[in-house]
Design a protein around this ligand. Structure first.
Ligand code: C5P
Length: 221
């Protein structure tokens, strides 16, 4: 429908998947396409919001009327997100952020040497951006939404993650064959810190995005 319930609001959305470089030509990455985050940004803009989209390596066109900040690594995503959320009414972290990055960046391409075993890759933890934004709300009443892809015990794992992250809403989706990564379809349950549980049947990523904004708009009102 034609709704401008987010008019006058600034929302920040993260999308895509971070890449953590090992050397100039290699990285640790993930399979996130960025489609759900882009759908969230486009639907928020259609509902009247000013939208900042922090996009990590999504090979998708910039949505019309959205401010897009392109980043690659988790640390870059953190910096861009923290800057953007300063005056945001709502933040939706849909990006797949790498939990770990290589401890060392090798400035020259890592070479294979005959008869020499490869060196193990040491990893260090990346900061949890969602937990950080949730803990230090840049504005009173700022709404924070996280995403969680789970393969089993979706609701129990989702509830535990919601509490751990400290966000207001957690969109939990079961990663399966027809939905999730790369697909145009998604199915999810949106868990609220207030105890609510909203099931969203399999459908286009835009439909899930609209449910998320419905829940956000209701809580901002
Ligand atoms: O812990 P997990 O990676 O399953 O949590 C997913 C949620 O947390 C997503 O909303 C993701 O954007 C966010 N996240 C983050 N920083 C990390 C890891 C995940 O903000 N380092």
């Amino acid at each position: 429908g034609l709704t401008t319930d987010l008019a006058g609001r600034h929302v920040v959305v993260s999308a895509g998947g971070t890449r953590e470089p090992l050397d100039p030509v290699r990285f640790l990455g993930n399979r996130s396409s960025g489609k759900q985050g882009y759908a969230l940004a486009a639907t928020a803009a259609a509902r009247g919001a000013r939208v900042t989209l922090v996009s990590a390596n999504a090979e998708l066109p910039d949505p019309a009327g959205v401010d897009v900040v392109h980043v690659s690594t988790a640390l870059q995503l953190r910096e861009a997100a923290l800057k953007a959320v300063a005056d945001a009414d709502a933040v939706v972290m849909a990006a797949a952020v790498a939990d770990f990055r290589p401890a060392e960046y090798v400035t020259g391409k890592i070479k294979k040497v005959d008869g020499v075993d490869p060196a193990p890759v040491a990893l260090v933890r990346n900061p949890d951006i969602l937990a950080e934004i949730s803990a230090d709300r840049a504005r009173p009443g700022q709404l924070v939404v996280g995403f969680a892809a789970e393969t089993d015990d979706v609701l129990a794992n989702g509830r535990a993650k919601l509490a751990r992250k400290g966000c207001d809403l957690l969109v939990v989706n079961e990663v399966g064959e027809r939905k999730g990564f790369g697909s145009d379809l998604n199915e999810a349950v949106v868990l609220g810190a207030d105890g609510t549980e909203t099931a969203v049947p399999v459908g286009p990523k835009e439909a899930l995005a609209d449910v998320v904004w419905d829940l956000v708009a209701a809580r901002l009102a």
